[in-house]
Every structure is written in structure tokens, then in C-alpha cells.
Ligand binder design. Structure first.
Ligand code: HSE
Length: 285
């Protein structure tokens, strides 16, 4: 039996839609795999009742097919489904790493990224790799059609997860199909600023680079209280705030010393809108 811990992640980071991602130090899914004639899946943990165990409908089924690696797979969910914290990606990433080892397929971590991304297509309709890449490689990742880069960095984050369900499939429907050139120019500048900030471990640059005029405004409307939560986080010291992945989690970047105050301000702002929420104080890991 092989056991793998696959961490939660946050994708997009505002300006890096479908490209940027970061791995958290917690929460995480635990994936256990054992060789079997036929693939079976058992799921326990947070939100497990909402996840299909049929391999054709589950995110790990596509990974099993791609690696030709039938197995009994146990998934202990630490990452809530439909949270914007890479829940389906954690399971797909963990399964890819574990099955590669179980069957001695010899693929590198980078080679496993597109395989795990096939699992994302089952859930969201698109094989975007921006969550599976950091879950497999760690750190800050840049996933493009041509490959993936990862950088380790020291940046503090606060992810605030409200009790609102937003499916990635639904959140992708509100993404605009076209953009104005001025918005594209602004987004490219912000994304470049963010990448430099990650390389330097500079929360001011990362926060500034998260601004995004293209995708985030439409997604923010799906999250009750988003504007108030954003404002509260900034007032408490956050250097940048955005929607985490497809939402509904809201992600703030800050200095380590401000994490507690930022988390508490975000919770209070959600509470003012009668939304229960929980906070993860984490590091890019
Ligand atoms: N890049 C994807 C999206 C991430 O925003 O739709 C989903 O978690």
C-alpha cells in the first residue's frame, strides 16, 4: 500500500487565471492505494457524502486510466469539496503520485501534472492544471500548456472559507469570453508583478499583483459579502485579497504578524452578512 498526503491549493491568485497556483501547508487529503483487478474508491472525511465513488465520475478515475493503474483507492478528505481550495485537485494529484509509485511507472512529478489535470476535466469540464501543479510540486507554480515551473517561497496567506457552495463548473460559466486590450495589459503587468513578488518573498508585490479586472469581478458576485470581507482584510493588514480558485473561499496575502488579525476581520465581515465561515492561516508550502 502507498500513502500520499496531497495539500490544499489556491489557484489563479487573481491575475493568473488558470496559470498560477500555490500549495498550502494545510489542510490536505490523504490518499491510499493498493493494487487491484478493478478500481474501487472509498471516501471518508469532510464533504465525502457529496463525492461520487464511481471511478467514471470521480476525479481519480481519469488518473487511473491515464496511468493504466487499477487500484483500490481510499481518499480521506481534508479539503472540502466546492471550496475553492483545490479539493478535487488534491485527490487527483495524490492519486497520480501514489499510483505512479505503486505501479513503478517512473514518471517525474512534472510529468504527473497533466495526468492529474485530466481528473479536473471530469469535475469542471476543463483540464486546468493550476491546482494540481502546486499540490504535486509544492510552492508557487506557473502551469501553461508548455509545462510547469515551481518556486519555493515564504509568503503568509489567510484563506477564509464561507458556508456557501460554488461549483467550479458554475463559476467558469461567468468568466467573460472576451477582454478589452487595456484589461489584458493591466492583467499582464499585475501577473508579472506577482511572480516577481513570489520569487522575492515580498507580500507587498504579491498583494499588488493579485488585482484582476478580468475574471474576479464576475466571480465575486457569487460570494455573499465579498466586498466587505475584502475591505475588512485590507484594513487589518492584508496586502492583497482575491477569490481563491473558483470560490467561494477568499484568499488574503499578508505579513505573518498580521495573519490572526486578517483572519478575524474576514470572519467578522462574513458574520455581518450572516454567513458562517472558517479560516486557514497558512504559508505557501
Ligand atoms: N483556474 C480554475 C478556475 C481553478 O478558476 O476555474 C478552479 O479551482
Amino acid at each position: 500500500m502507498i500513502t500520499v498526503r496531497a495539500p490544499a491549493t489556491s489557484a489563479n491568485l487573481g491575475s493568473g487565471f488558470d496559470v498560477f497556483g500555490v500549495a498550502f501547508d494545510r489542510p490536505a487529503d490523504i490518499i491510499r492505494v493498493e493494487r487491484a483487478e478493478q478500481t474501487t474508491i472509498d471516501i471518508t472525511g469532510v464533504g465525502s457524502q457529496y463525492i461520487p465513488t464511481d471511478p467514471d465520475a470521480n476525479t481519480v478515475g481519469a488518473v487511473v486510466d491515464a496511468l493504466d493503474a487499477p487500484a483500490h483507492i481510499e481518499i480521506d478528505k481534508g479539503v472540502r469539496p466546492a471550496s475553492g481550495l483545490g479539493s478535487s485537485a488534491a485527490s487527483a494529484a495524490g492519486a497520480a503520485v501514489a499510483l505512479n509509485e505503486l505501479y513503478n511507472r517512473g514518471l517525474s512529478r512534472s510529468e504527473l501534472v497533466p495526468i492529474a489535470a485530466e481528473g479536473e476535466a471530469v469535475v469542471s469540464g476543463t483540464a486546468h492544471a493550476d491546482n494540481v501543479a502546486p499540490s504535486i510540486l509544492g510552492g508557487f507554480t506557473i502551469a501553461t500548456a508548455d509545462g510547469v515551473e515551481s518556486v519555493s517561497t515564504d509568503i503568509s496567506l489567510v484563506a477564509c472559507l464561507p458556508e456557501i457552495a460554488v461549483s467550479t463548473r458554475d463559476a467558469r460559466r461567468v468568466v467573460p469570453e472576451t477582454a478589452q486590450m487595456a484589461e489584458v495589459v493591466e492583467t499582464v503587468g499585475n501577473a508579472a508583478t506577482l511572480a516577481v513578488g513570489m520569487c522575492r518573498g515580498d507580500p507587498d508585490l504579491v498583494g499588488r499583483g493579485m488585482d484582476d479586472p478580468l475574471v474576479t469581478p464576475a466571480r465575486a458576485e457569487l460570494i455573499t459579502g465579498y466586498d466587505a470581507v475584502r475591505e475588512a482584510a485590507v484594513d487589518a493588514g492584508a496586502t492583497g485579497v482575491t477569490v481563491s480558485g473558483a470560490g467561494p473561499s477568499v484568499l488574503a496575502v499578508c505579513r505573518a504578524r498580521d495573519q490572526r488579525a486578517v483572519g478575524s476581520a474576514m470572519l467578522t465581515a462574513f458574520d455581518d452578512h450572516e454567513v458562517d465561515a472558517r479560516v486557514y492561516q497558512t504559508q505557501v508550502s
